[in-house]
Design a binder for this molecule. Structure first.
Ligand SMILES: *Cc1c(COP(=O)(O)O)cnc(C)c1O
Length: 382
């Protein structure tokens, strides 16, 4: 077998810093021991910093979808109405979860590759004043588009509805201050910008309006219980056995994020994103996002006549580089290079160089190095 060094540039899971991997390999702490209480205390402060909130952020042992489900079952009651902003796989997931619990969804359909028009949201909300919650992904990972959460928050704030934001590829990528923008509930997951293995889901219930709905909610739930979990969190504890090793890793990544500083974290993601976009355009490719591309990942259209599924396959099999293809209706039509979390300049250079080589081998007319050069010019800003 040929030995290969592997590079993970998928929009989740993402690479974990080696020192964090080592910390998670330490002997297991008991979750009721004082040492673990101290870890929880650190984690609480770190998550408040990351989410830019005075409120607490609860952590569940679940993938990001678990946190999404928690933000439905704790908020809605049977037959409640909710608006879900679609336009990608993750927007659609909100609808699927709401409907699984018997809520009535008013979908707002957005063309895949576009961002939602806030005016349309305002009109829909006005036409349906009985709506309890509006669910939106801040960064739609399936299309690489960022929705304007700040504008949505301004629309939702004066109404009785709350805004629930899936920030799984937003938190730790770009500025989305929970309190300053008045976001009601923000959820995230561990395996994207948080540089951890999969397995933790985060929920921040940030406003009185959101807590009022939580008090009224009658959907069935047991494990995902905000009231119970928040009560325990305030004692540096949790209702059930937490994923202790992941929480220890969480303490460490939150320290790394705080040491770099949110502003610099956002600037790094912005630079890597611009370098990747510029590289793809320099080799004649078109971005899939028609507007407001997310800084978490770059979705690129597969050029005419090229086998789209072969791109991620060859990158992985021949070069050890993992990127993502398209999902659902975009299968074979786009490929997605992620640049979030533990991602730095040379990850981009590597991914761009290998993508050029794969495209050339697949018959696409590319001048080797043209994309790399375009990326370098942006990375020079360093
Ligand atoms: C990754 C992701 C999720 C959650 O997926 P899980 O596989 O459940 O962790 C949800 N929303 C967005 C926008 C994502 O990128």
């Amino acid at each position: 077998m040929r030995m290969k060094k592997s590079h993970l540039l998928a929009p989740g899971p993402t690479p974990v810093p080696p020192e964090v991997l080592a910390a998670m390999g330490q002997p297991i702490l008991h979750h009721r021991a004082p040492e673990f209480g101290a870890v929880m205390e650190d984690v609480r402060a770190g998550l408040r910093y990351l989410f830019q909130t005075e409120e607490e952020v609860v952590t569940f042992a679940a993938s990001g979808t678990g946190a999404m489900e928690a933000a439905v079952v704790n908020v809605l009651s049977p037959e409640d109405k909710a608006i879900c902003i679609r336009g990608g796989k993750f927007g659609e997931r909100w609808q699927e979860i709401c409907e699984a619990y018997g809520a009535e969804v008013i979908p707002i359909d957005v063309e895949w590759g576009s961002a939602v028009n806030p005016t349309l949201v305002a009109d829909t909300l006005q036409a349906h004043p009985e709506v309890k919650a509006l669910y939106v992904p801040a960064s739609e990972t399936s299309t690489g588009v960022r929705h304007d959460v700040e504008a949505l928050a301004q629309i939702v704030r004066p109404t009785d509805a709350i805004l629930v934001v899936d920030a799984i590829t937003a938190i730790g990528v770009f500025d989305m201050p929970t309190d300053a923008w008045g976001l009601d509930i923000v959820i995230s997951g561990s395996q994207k910008a948080l540089m951890l293995p999969p397995g933790l889901g985060f929920c921040c219930v940030a406003t009185k309006k959101a807590w009022k709905l939580v008090e009224q909610s009658t959907l069935p739930s047991y494990y995902f219980d905000f009231k119970k979990e928040y009560e325990n969190l305030r004692k540096n504890s949790s209702s059930y056995t937490p994923a202790v090793s992941l929480v220890v890793g969480l303490r460490d990544v939150l320290r790394l994020i705080r040491a770099e500083g949110l502003e610099r974290v956002f600037a790094r993601h912005d630079r890597l994103a611009r370098a990747t976009r510029s590289a793809m355009q320099a080799i004649g490719l078109e971005l899939f996002a028609k507007e407001s591309p997310s800084n978490a990942l770059t979705a690129v259209k597969v050029p005419e006549g090229i086998d789209g599924t072969a791109i991620p396959k060859m990158l992985r099999e021949d070069y050890g580089i993992t990127i993502a293809g398209g999902q659902s209706q975009l299968k074979g039509k786009i490929f997605r290079i992620a640049h979030l979390g533990y991602a730095f300049d040379w990850d981009i250079v590597t991914a761009v160089a290998a993508t050029e080589m794969v495209l050339k081998r697949l018959g696409y007319d590319v001048e080797l190095g043209a994309g790399v050069r375009a990326a370098q010019h942006i990375l020079l800003e360093g």
